[in-house]
Design a binder for this molecule. Structure first.
Ligand code: T5A
Length: 210
């Protein structure tokens, strides 16, 4: 049986990843790829959802070293990859994930070489070069993305960071995102335009890759 493909959506808060995941699932269905699974990171297993909640809300406000957060994220990621992603792909089902490893590079890496080196070491130890087949990066200016999510109300600990934090996240995304083999989308545009562009480029990618 032909293995499924692993597609990952990346970008800042409010870039439109969750909306794009649903759009892609529907698009693939109409294209003839009927079996897909939507997941999110961190999350999508009982354990990983607990880790997600802890990272987002840290209820006792414990001071966490970035290495602790990276290890929690990779524990969550390993569990999700081994128990859900790999077995699902093996069954020929495509997996669409709202974030994956590039998020750790961007958020915990914070454009610091020391931090990135640590993340790279953990990544090769834990994931052993398991990569998505396609990463779609939705590039949004931090102030635009944050404006969109603020309409939602309550912010988590990450969302409460100042604009400089998100500018560093965006800078790191742009540095480590491999544009040539993946898809870059301008997500500052209207949702209609984003979907139109996504459809056009995704179609090209599908024709080349399946
Ligand atoms: N994290 C995660 C790390 O720090 N390290 C890691 O390794 C990983 C994996 C996850 C948090 O975890 C951190 C990063 C995150 O802070 P989350 O709540 O899932 O937390 O946050 P996000 O993944 O960023 O999800 P958001 O919901 O905040 O943003 P999305 O998914 O990008 O945006 P979406 O689709 O939900 O849209 C948000 C709103 O904007 C509108 C939508 O309708 C919606 O109302 N919208 C647009 N409006 C205008 N124009 C457009 N083009 C629009 N696109 C969407």
């Amino acid at each position: 049986m032909k293995k499924g493909k692993f597609i990952v959506l990346e970008g800042l808060e409010g870039a439109g990843k969750t909306s794009a995941c649903k759009y892609i699932q529907n698009f693939l269905y109409n294209f003839g790829i009927k079996k897909t699974l939507l997941i999110r990171e961190p999350g999508s297993t009982f354990l990983s959802e607990k880790i997600r909640k802890f990272i987002k809300f840290n209820p006792k406000n414990e001071i966490l070293n970035y290495k602790t957060i990276v290890l929690l994220l990779y524990a969550s990621r390993l569990h999700l990859t081994d128990t859900i992603i790999k077995p699902t792909l093996k069954k020929g089902i495509w997996v669409i994930s709202d974030r994956y490893e590039l998020s750790t590079f961007a958020y915990q890496g914070q454009n610091s070489q020391k931090r990135i080196n640590f993340i790279k070491k953990i990544s090769s130890l834990i994931l052993k070069k398991f990569y998505p087949n396609l990463t779609i990066y939705l590039d949004v200016l931090p102030h635009i993305g944050l404006k969109r999510i603020k309409k939602r109300g309550i912010l988590d600990n990450i969302e409460k960071n100042n604009i400089n934090f998100f500018l560093k996240v965006q800078k790191t995304y742009l540095k480590y995102f491999k544009k040539k083999e993946n898809i870059f989308i301008n997500a500052n545009l209207s949702q209609n335009m984003v979907q139109k562009n996504l459809k056009h480029i995704l179609l090209k990618w599908l024709k080349k890759n399946i």
